[in-house]
Design a protein around this ligand. Structure first.
Ligand SMILES: [Zn+2]
Length: 285
Protein backbone atom coordinates (compact mmCIF):
# COMPACT_ATOMS: atom_id res chain seq x y z
CA UNK A 1 0.00 0.00 0.00
CA UNK A 2 2.75 2.42 0.91
CA UNK A 3 4.50 1.53 -2.31
CA UNK A 4 1.47 2.70 -4.24
CA UNK A 5 1.31 5.94 -2.28
CA UNK A 6 5.01 6.56 -2.60
CA UNK A 7 4.81 5.75 -6.25
CA UNK A 8 2.64 8.73 -7.23
CA UNK A 9 4.08 10.57 -10.15
CA UNK A 10 6.70 7.91 -10.83
CA UNK A 11 5.19 6.67 -14.07
CA UNK A 12 8.57 6.47 -15.74
CA UNK A 13 10.34 4.86 -12.82
CA UNK A 14 13.89 3.91 -13.66
CA UNK A 15 15.85 1.22 -11.84
CA UNK A 16 19.52 2.04 -11.45
CA UNK A 17 22.74 1.11 -9.71
CA UNK A 18 25.25 3.86 -9.00
CA UNK A 19 28.54 4.02 -7.19
CA UNK A 20 28.41 6.73 -4.53
CA UNK A 21 31.82 6.07 -2.91
CA UNK A 22 34.61 3.49 -3.41
CA UNK A 23 32.93 0.08 -2.98
CA UNK A 24 29.59 1.64 -2.00
CA UNK A 25 26.59 1.63 -4.33
CA UNK A 26 23.01 2.84 -4.34
CA UNK A 27 20.45 0.64 -6.01
CA UNK A 28 16.77 1.25 -6.47
CA UNK A 29 14.01 2.67 -8.53
CA UNK A 30 13.85 6.42 -8.83
CA UNK A 31 11.24 7.95 -6.50
CA UNK A 32 10.41 4.55 -4.98
CA UNK A 33 12.76 2.50 -2.75
CA UNK A 34 16.53 2.83 -2.62
CA UNK A 35 18.94 0.35 -1.05
CA UNK A 36 22.69 0.58 -0.53
CA UNK A 37 25.37 -2.09 -0.75
CA UNK A 38 29.02 -2.32 0.25
CA UNK A 39 31.52 -4.50 -1.61
CA UNK A 40 34.65 -5.59 0.31
CA UNK A 41 37.38 -8.17 -0.30
CA UNK A 42 35.53 -10.66 1.89
CA UNK A 43 32.00 -10.12 0.74
CA UNK A 44 29.02 -7.84 0.34
CA UNK A 45 26.76 -6.10 2.86
CA UNK A 46 23.30 -4.97 1.81
CA UNK A 47 21.30 -2.20 3.46
CA UNK A 48 17.50 -2.50 3.15
CA UNK A 49 15.96 -5.53 1.48
CA UNK A 50 12.56 -3.82 0.86
CA UNK A 51 10.72 -6.85 -0.59
CA UNK A 52 11.46 -10.04 -2.53
CA UNK A 53 11.11 -8.43 -5.95
CA UNK A 54 13.38 -5.53 -5.03
CA UNK A 55 15.80 -7.94 -3.31
CA UNK A 56 16.03 -10.12 -6.42
CA UNK A 57 16.90 -7.02 -8.47
CA UNK A 58 19.45 -6.05 -5.88
CA UNK A 59 21.13 -9.47 -6.09
CA UNK A 60 21.31 -9.14 -9.88
CA UNK A 61 22.85 -5.69 -9.58
CA UNK A 62 25.42 -6.98 -7.07
CA UNK A 63 26.30 -9.91 -9.31
CA UNK A 64 27.11 -7.52 -12.16
CA UNK A 65 29.78 -6.00 -9.92
CA UNK A 66 31.14 -8.90 -7.85
CA UNK A 67 30.76 -12.65 -7.29
CA UNK A 68 31.81 -12.31 -3.63
CA UNK A 69 29.35 -13.81 -1.13
CA UNK A 70 26.62 -11.62 0.33
CA UNK A 71 27.38 -11.80 4.04
CA UNK A 72 24.98 -9.36 5.69
CA UNK A 73 21.60 -7.85 4.89
CA UNK A 74 20.77 -5.02 7.29
CA UNK A 75 17.20 -3.90 7.95
CA UNK A 76 16.43 -0.32 9.01
CA UNK A 77 13.14 -0.75 10.91
CA UNK A 78 10.04 -2.89 11.32
CA UNK A 79 7.69 -1.64 8.60
CA UNK A 80 6.65 -4.32 6.13
CA UNK A 81 7.35 -2.12 3.11
CA UNK A 82 11.03 -1.92 4.11
CA UNK A 83 11.71 -5.10 6.14
CA UNK A 84 10.40 -7.67 3.63
CA UNK A 85 12.52 -9.71 1.23
CA UNK A 86 15.15 -10.81 3.76
CA UNK A 87 14.68 -14.45 2.81
CA UNK A 88 16.11 -13.79 -0.65
CA UNK A 89 19.43 -13.05 1.04
CA UNK A 90 19.11 -15.75 3.71
CA UNK A 91 18.66 -18.31 0.91
CA UNK A 92 22.02 -17.13 -0.46
CA UNK A 93 23.67 -17.67 2.92
CA UNK A 94 23.60 -14.08 4.17
CA UNK A 95 22.73 -13.18 7.72
CA UNK A 96 19.94 -10.64 8.12
CA UNK A 97 20.28 -8.10 10.90
CA UNK A 98 17.76 -5.89 12.69
CA UNK A 99 17.30 -4.14 16.02
CA UNK A 100 15.56 -6.10 18.74
CA UNK A 101 12.56 -3.73 18.83
CA UNK A 102 11.94 -4.29 15.13
CA UNK A 103 12.45 -8.05 15.52
CA UNK A 104 10.05 -8.21 18.45
CA UNK A 105 7.38 -6.32 16.53
CA UNK A 106 7.78 -8.43 13.39
CA UNK A 107 7.57 -11.61 15.44
CA UNK A 108 4.19 -10.45 16.71
CA UNK A 109 3.15 -8.97 13.36
CA UNK A 110 4.81 -10.96 10.57
CA UNK A 111 4.20 -9.74 7.04
CA UNK A 112 3.67 -12.00 4.04
CA UNK A 113 7.21 -11.38 2.85
CA UNK A 114 9.11 -10.89 6.14
CA UNK A 115 11.38 -13.44 7.80
CA UNK A 116 12.95 -13.58 11.28
CA UNK A 117 16.44 -12.04 11.36
CA UNK A 118 19.58 -14.12 11.96
CA UNK A 119 21.21 -11.44 14.11
CA UNK A 120 19.35 -9.21 16.56
CA UNK A 121 21.08 -6.00 17.65
CA UNK A 122 20.58 -4.55 21.10
CA UNK A 123 21.19 -1.15 22.57
CA UNK A 124 22.15 2.09 20.88
CA UNK A 125 25.19 0.96 18.92
CA UNK A 126 26.73 -2.14 17.46
CA UNK A 127 29.63 -2.49 15.02
CA UNK A 128 30.10 -5.11 12.33
CA UNK A 129 33.26 -5.91 10.41
CA UNK A 130 33.50 -7.14 6.84
CA UNK A 131 36.71 -7.38 4.84
CA UNK A 132 38.41 -4.92 7.18
CA UNK A 133 35.61 -2.37 6.77
CA UNK A 134 33.60 -1.31 9.83
CA UNK A 135 29.85 -0.90 9.62
CA UNK A 136 28.37 1.06 12.53
CA UNK A 137 24.72 0.44 13.40
CA UNK A 138 23.19 3.37 15.28
CA UNK A 139 19.78 2.81 16.85
CA UNK A 140 18.05 6.17 17.11
CA UNK A 141 15.36 5.60 19.74
CA UNK A 142 11.77 6.65 19.12
CA UNK A 143 11.63 8.22 15.68
CA UNK A 144 9.61 6.25 13.14
CA UNK A 145 8.37 2.69 13.49
CA UNK A 146 10.26 0.33 15.77
CA UNK A 147 14.00 -0.22 16.04
CA UNK A 148 14.93 2.51 13.56
CA UNK A 149 18.65 2.19 12.85
CA UNK A 150 20.97 4.12 10.54
CA UNK A 151 24.14 2.52 9.22
CA UNK A 152 27.45 4.32 8.86
CA UNK A 153 30.54 3.16 6.97
CA UNK A 154 33.27 5.42 8.42
CA UNK A 155 35.88 4.35 5.85
CA UNK A 156 33.97 5.90 2.97
CA UNK A 157 31.88 8.30 5.11
CA UNK A 158 28.71 6.68 3.76
CA UNK A 159 25.37 6.48 5.56
CA UNK A 160 22.09 4.65 4.96
CA UNK A 161 18.98 6.44 6.24
CA UNK A 162 15.44 5.06 5.90
CA UNK A 163 12.34 7.25 6.03
CA UNK A 164 13.79 9.93 8.32
CA UNK A 165 15.16 12.02 5.47
CA UNK A 166 13.52 12.27 2.06
CA UNK A 167 15.25 14.82 -0.17
CA UNK A 168 13.02 17.24 -2.03
CA UNK A 169 9.71 16.10 -0.52
CA UNK A 170 7.50 17.32 2.33
CA UNK A 171 6.78 14.91 5.21
CA UNK A 172 5.06 11.69 4.20
CA UNK A 173 1.31 12.25 3.89
CA UNK A 174 -0.29 12.13 7.39
CA UNK A 175 3.19 11.37 8.81
CA UNK A 176 2.25 7.82 9.87
CA UNK A 177 4.03 6.15 12.78
CA UNK A 178 6.44 9.04 13.27
CA UNK A 179 7.29 10.39 16.70
CA UNK A 180 7.74 14.01 15.67
CA UNK A 181 9.83 15.09 18.68
CA UNK A 182 12.00 12.00 18.54
CA UNK A 183 12.44 12.47 14.82
CA UNK A 184 13.72 16.01 15.28
CA UNK A 185 16.09 14.85 18.01
CA UNK A 186 17.37 12.01 15.81
CA UNK A 187 18.05 14.33 12.87
CA UNK A 188 20.29 16.30 15.24
CA UNK A 189 22.07 13.06 16.18
CA UNK A 190 22.48 12.02 12.54
CA UNK A 191 24.11 15.41 11.87
CA UNK A 192 26.79 14.56 14.43
CA UNK A 193 27.81 11.41 12.54
CA UNK A 194 30.81 11.79 10.25
CA UNK A 195 29.45 11.16 6.77
CA UNK A 196 29.66 12.90 3.41
CA UNK A 197 27.58 10.67 1.13
CA UNK A 198 24.85 8.12 1.47
CA UNK A 199 21.52 6.75 0.43
CA UNK A 200 18.06 7.72 1.67
CA UNK A 201 15.37 5.06 1.25
CA UNK A 202 13.14 7.56 -0.52
CA UNK A 203 14.40 10.40 -2.65
CA UNK A 204 12.27 12.79 -4.66
CA UNK A 205 15.17 14.69 -6.10
CA UNK A 206 15.74 12.98 -9.47
CA UNK A 207 19.08 14.69 -9.87
CA UNK A 208 20.22 13.25 -6.56
CA UNK A 209 18.55 9.86 -6.86
CA UNK A 210 20.73 9.02 -9.79
CA UNK A 211 24.18 10.47 -9.24
CA UNK A 212 24.47 11.54 -5.64
CA UNK A 213 22.25 9.65 -3.21
CA UNK A 214 21.67 11.95 -0.27
CA UNK A 215 24.02 14.08 1.79
CA UNK A 216 24.30 16.45 4.74
CA UNK A 217 22.37 19.21 2.97
CA UNK A 218 19.36 16.90 2.82
CA UNK A 219 19.45 16.32 6.59
CA UNK A 220 19.64 20.08 7.18
CA UNK A 221 16.71 20.69 4.84
CA UNK A 222 14.54 18.00 6.45
CA UNK A 223 15.22 19.55 9.86
CA UNK A 224 14.61 23.08 8.59
CA UNK A 225 11.26 22.07 7.09
CA UNK A 226 10.18 20.77 10.50
CA UNK A 227 11.30 23.98 12.22
CA UNK A 228 9.64 26.20 9.58
CA UNK A 229 6.36 24.25 9.71
CA UNK A 230 6.21 24.56 13.48
CA UNK A 231 6.94 28.30 13.29
CA UNK A 232 4.21 28.76 10.66
CA UNK A 233 1.69 26.95 12.87
CA UNK A 234 2.55 29.17 15.84
CA UNK A 235 2.27 32.29 13.64
CA UNK A 236 -1.26 31.32 12.52
CA UNK A 237 -2.29 30.66 16.12
CA UNK A 238 -1.05 34.13 17.09
CA UNK A 239 -3.13 35.67 14.29
CA UNK A 240 -6.20 33.81 15.61
CA UNK A 241 -6.68 31.90 12.35
CA UNK A 242 -9.61 29.46 12.57
CA UNK A 243 -8.30 26.88 10.08
CA UNK A 244 -4.65 26.85 11.05
CA UNK A 245 -3.57 23.80 9.02
CA UNK A 246 -5.42 25.00 5.92
CA UNK A 247 -3.82 28.44 6.15
CA UNK A 248 -0.20 27.25 6.27
CA UNK A 249 1.93 28.33 3.34
CA UNK A 250 5.63 27.57 3.03
CA UNK A 251 6.46 28.88 -0.45
CA UNK A 252 10.15 28.17 0.01
CA UNK A 253 9.22 24.46 -0.29
CA UNK A 254 6.71 24.83 -3.14
CA UNK A 255 9.07 22.99 -5.50
CA UNK A 256 9.17 19.92 -3.24
CA UNK A 257 7.20 16.82 -4.17
CA UNK A 258 3.71 16.66 -2.66
CA UNK A 259 3.80 20.25 -1.41
CA UNK A 260 0.29 20.87 -2.74
CA UNK A 261 -1.39 17.68 -1.53
CA UNK A 262 0.47 16.80 1.69
CA UNK A 263 1.42 20.14 3.35
CA UNK A 264 -1.97 20.53 5.06
CA UNK A 265 -1.84 16.93 6.34
CA UNK A 266 1.69 17.55 7.63
CA UNK A 267 0.44 20.69 9.39
CA UNK A 268 -2.44 18.83 11.06
CA UNK A 269 -0.10 16.16 12.36
CA UNK A 270 2.57 18.53 13.68
CA UNK A 271 -0.04 20.90 15.15
CA UNK A 272 -1.76 18.08 17.06
CA UNK A 273 1.58 16.81 18.37
CA UNK A 274 2.34 20.33 19.58
CA UNK A 275 -1.09 20.49 21.23
CA UNK A 276 -0.48 17.22 23.07
CA UNK A 277 2.89 18.34 24.31
CA UNK A 278 5.72 16.18 23.04
CA UNK A 279 6.93 18.60 20.41
CA UNK A 280 9.13 20.50 20.77
CA UNK A 281 10.93 18.62 23.49
CA UNK A 282 11.97 20.97 26.21
CA UNK A 283 14.77 19.34 28.12
CA UNK A 284 18.22 19.28 26.60
CA UNK A 285 17.16 18.38 23.12
ZN1 LIG B 1 8.65 3.17 7.66
Amino acid sequence: MLLAVGNLGAAQAQTYTHQIAPGVYSHGTAQQYQSMFLVTDEGVAVFETVNSKHAAGLVKAIRKITDKPIVYAFHSHNHWDHASGGKVFQDLGAKTVMHEFAAKWLKANPGQDTSPPNIIMKGARQDFELGGVTIEAHYLGQTHGMGMTVYLIPKTKSIYIADLVTPNRVMFNVVPDFNIGGWQRALGEIKKLDFENGVCSHNENPAKTLPNGCDRVDIEEELQYMVDLKAAIIAEFKKGTADVAGAIKLPQYAHWAHYDDWLEMNAWRVMLDMYMGPFPWNAEQ
